[in-house]
Write a protein that binds this ligand. Structure first.
Ligand SMILES: [Zn+2]
Ligand SMILES: [Zn+2]
Length: 488
């Protein structure tokens, strides 16, 4: 035996005898508890069928109320592990007052790095690369997929630590995604997976999926309860009725034409300007969230900074082109996420925020949250916020303009909503009270009652959603389409 060979053999023996690193042991134990590494690696497909609950974060009546929920009556996730493909089909019903379609059918897929959506008529369209990343991480929210990813030779394991009854291990997948796996110290079954994500309103959020109620299926242990939280909110809860291993899942490959399509580029943000009356402009353009600008003696006031930073910044910039007077104020109609999405950029732009007092704690929390994953304007340029809170009503008035703000009372969906009335032009300016395009108007009668209660004589509706209309037409539509199916 040469010295070199002897050295190599000794080195191999030392390596073989070296204790398993603790993070590796947690993963090996988890694999063994689930049915063994070989069994996990041999799985070709998984099918998960069940029902579930999908709440709408940021759409509750009051900021701390229960979230409105979609009840998922049919849920099927199919996973082709060998080819990194998955498809989720769900049918869900709105269990809240809603002006849109009350039943939705969703089909969402992922094939490697390509995400796609299938419309109810079968049309498939490619989704953005950011969606593909989200779905790749969602796919790892299952004990088999995460442990399989952790067993991959390209994965890196680190930082084992104890947390109550679990051992936690950081897993960097071969793709470079970073997640933390929690494993029950007694059963060695995966208890949860956690990763950090960005939410436009909430910034850095922890996405945590827990696994419960394991059952034996085809030599594996699989959970019957899968619950995903986004920060403090339930995002999705699935009650599994059937776990199928290596069932027939059909072809989950994305069709060549969809794969060849470029990922959708974000459409350019268009802000159009339509004069409504002297010193009043309606800013529309892209999407269906509009804003209204009021010109006072020496400043401008913006009603609504909607959706997100990109929309709101474009609207703020456009408002500043309408006059040499400074834009000083943003009225945020209510706390719903699609209407408060511009709160942080408005503060970064040094605008005073006018909103209902019941939004105070919620908005201060949104302003204080870190946005380090996708740094926004306020993260890059922190500024203290200035608020003007409204209780029942507030009148903004000088020689040029008068805008009265009123709290929408007794509305079943909108608890913190402020709407505006311009007495000179008899304009109603509102968000979420009415959109001519809605399927039904479950809270329309409440809106008409609010206008009457405040003794307003409205000629025209100038909405955040929809089109400018004579008030008589708005009343007619509400009477005709009424609560309809929306009250179910
Ligand atoms: Zn709303
Ligand atoms: Zn809305």
């Amino acid at each position: 035996m040469t010295r070199t060979v002897a050295f190599v053999i000794t080195a191999v023996l030392i390596a073989a005898c070296a204790p398993t690193p603790p993070e590796r042991k947690v993963i090996d134990d988890a694999a063994a508890a689930l049915g063994g590494a070989a069994r996990i690696q041999a799985v070709k497909t998984l099918t998960i069928e069940g029902t579930g609950t999908a709440p709408n974060a940021g759409q509750n009546r009051m900021p701390n109320d229960e979230l409105p929920i979609w009840q998922v009556s049919e849920y099927t996730r199919t996973i082709d592990l060998a080819n990194a493909r998955t498809r989720v089909r769900q049918r869900r019903e709105a269990k809240f007052l809603f002006a849109g379609a009350l039943t939705q059918q969703l089909t969402q897929g992922l094939d490697g790095d390509i995400a796609y959506n299938t419309a109810p008529d079968g049309t498939m369209t490619r989704a953005a690369d950011s969606v593909a990343r989200d779905r790749r991480l969602e796919l790892l929210q299952h004990p088999i997929t995460i442990v399989r990813a952790a067993l991959d030779s390209g994965a890196k394991l680190a930082n084992v630590r104890a947390d109550v009854n679990d051992d936690l291990v950081d897993v960097t997948t071969a793709k470079g995604d970073v997640l933390t796996l929690g494993v029950d110290r007694t059963t060695h079954l995966p208890s949860r997976v956690r990763y950090m994500s960005d939410n436009a309103n909430m910034g850095d959020v922890a996405m945590v999926t827990t696994f419960e109620d394991y059952q034996d299926v085809s030599g594996l242990k699989l959970p019957r309860r899968i619950t995903t939280m986004m920060d403090k909110y339930l995002q999705f809860g699935v009650q599994v009725s059937k776990n199928i291993v290596d069932g027939t899942v059909g072809d989950l490959a994305v069709p060549a034409n969809v794969k060849a399509a470029a990922p959708p580029a974000p459409a350019p943000m268009v802000v159009t300007v339509e004069p409504v009356a002297k010193g009043i402009w309606w800013l529309a353009g892209s999407g269906n969230h509009r804003s209204i600008v009021f010109e006072f003696d020496d400043h401008l006031v913006l009603f609504e900074v909607p959706l997100n930073e990109s929309r709101s910044k474009a609207v703020i910039d456009k408002a500043r082109t309408l006059s040499t007077k400074p834009l000083t104020t943003a009225i945020v109609s209510h706390h719903h996420f699609d209407h408060s999405g511009g709160l942080r950029v408005a503060v970064a732009e040094a605008l005073t925020i006018v909103t209902h007092r019941d939004n105070e704690a919620f908005f201060k929390d949104l302003l204080a949250r870190p946005h380090t994953i996708v740094p926004d304007a306020l993260q890059k340029n922190p500024k203290p916020a200035t608020f003007q809170f409204v209780d029942d009503e507030l009148t903004l008035k000088d020689k040029s303009m008068e805008v009265q703000l009123y709290h929408l009372l007794d509305n079943p969906r909108e608890g913190t909503n402020l709407f505006a009335y311009v007495p000179r032009e008899r304009l109603l300016v509102q968000a979420d009270l009415y959109d001519a395009g809605w399927n039904q108007h479950p809270w329309g009668e409440n809106v008409l009652a609010n206008v009457e209660r405040r003794k307003l004589r409205v000629d025209r509706d100038v909405p955040v959603h929809g089109v400018i209309e004579p008030y008589a037409q708005m009343v007619k539509t509400i009477k005709e389409k009424g609560p309809g199916a929306g009250t179910k």
